[in-house]
Design a protein around this ligand. Structure first.
Ligand SMILES: Cc1ncc(COP(=O)(O)O)c(C=O)c1O
Length: 289
């Protein structure tokens, strides 16, 4: 296991190679930036299906080249809340294993599956050359600690992470590590608190979207406090989000931010005051449409 605050930097330092990636909100943005800087010139994002947001394994196979070194996946997924089934994860791992490709699996939203039956194995437990990323920012709602970690059975990779970390920040903040340990010891309580919040907010959102089917398609997420519904009108989603935040102070993120085509937007439901922003959105719809 390797502690890090800088996941993207670690990726950069250790895996400067052509690779194929599953679409991940966070990692894809980093990868695209790196592609532009010619650090990962052969970056090949994989399309996911329009409502389940699960990528097609056959498409992944078709993107693999002889020099592919890395597959990046992110499940549970930000911003769609999609989860893989164990069988789907194993299919991806098998593709990687056959060609000796490293798998980087961003599992930051692990433990926030709305139904625990949707929790898969960690990639690092299924394959020696898989790296799993987890941290305190999401499931534990402790982003301020800036503590996360990479787990892999591949000792060469682990060594290269340590070398890079040593070169940049040497060590993590010790007080943050102590707080992270305290939170891990209280894991069940903290996760229950966060899952209860998500469950309550999901009920509110289900009602909201059921009431506004004229405007929205609600692709109910399966994990985490984030969803990716569609705006059904022919107004461009970026214009809609900008106008909404200017007029009502309620912020939704348009799909463009995630390099995702279509009139999708990201809605976050991680706070106790869920009704308030939805009232603003409702007011906005009434006043403008
Ligand atoms: C899927 C995913 N992975 C990783 C991160 C990084 O989290 P942090 O830098 O807060 O630890 C984020 C943050 O938005 C994320 O959404």
């Amino acid at each position: 296991m390797f502690l890090t605050q800088t996941h993207s930097a670690t990726l950069h330092a250790t895996l400067r190679s052509p690779y194929t990636s599953f679409r991940s909100g966070h990692i894809t943005r980093i990868m695209r930036k790196m592609a532009r800087l010619a650090i990962f010139p052969n970056f090949a994002p994989l399309r996911s299906r329009k409502t389940s947001f699960i990528p097609d394994v056959n498409e992944l196979k078709s993107l693999i080249r002889d020099d592919t070194k890395l597959i990046v996946i992110n499940f549970p997924h930000n911003p769609t809340g999609a989860t893989l089934q164990e069988k789907e994860l194993k299919e991806i791992i098998d593709i990687a294993r056959q060609k000796n490709i490293v798998v980087f699996s961003d599992e930051m939203y692990r433990f926030l599956e709305h139904d625990q039956a949707n929790r898969t194995s960690s990639a690092c437990d299924l394959y020696d050359s898989a790296i799993s990323l987890f941290g305190m920012s999401k499931s534990f709602a402790l982003a301020g600690l800036r503590i996360g970690w990479l787990t892999t059975k591949n000792s060469d990779l682990l060594k290269s992470f340590a070398t890079y970390k040593d070169y940049t920040t040497i060590c993590s903040s010790a007080p943050s590590e102590v707080l992270a340990i305290m939170a891990l010891r209280a894991k069940d309580r903290i996760l229950k608190r966060n899952l209860d919040l998500i469950e309550n907010n999901l009920k509110v959102l289900d009602e909201f979207f059921a009431k506004h089917t004229k405007f929205f398609d609600w692709h109910k997420p399966k994990a985490g406090p984030i969803g990716f519904p569609t705006l059904k009108t022919n107004i461009d989603i970026s214009d809609f989000c900008l106008d909404l935040v200017e007029k009502k102070g309620a912020m939704l993120l348009p799909s463009k931010v995630y390099d995702f085509k279509g009139n999708y937007f990201r809605i976050c439901f991680a706070r106790k005051n869920m009704q308030e922003p939805l009232e603003k959105l409702e007011e906005y719809l009434k006043e403008n449409y």
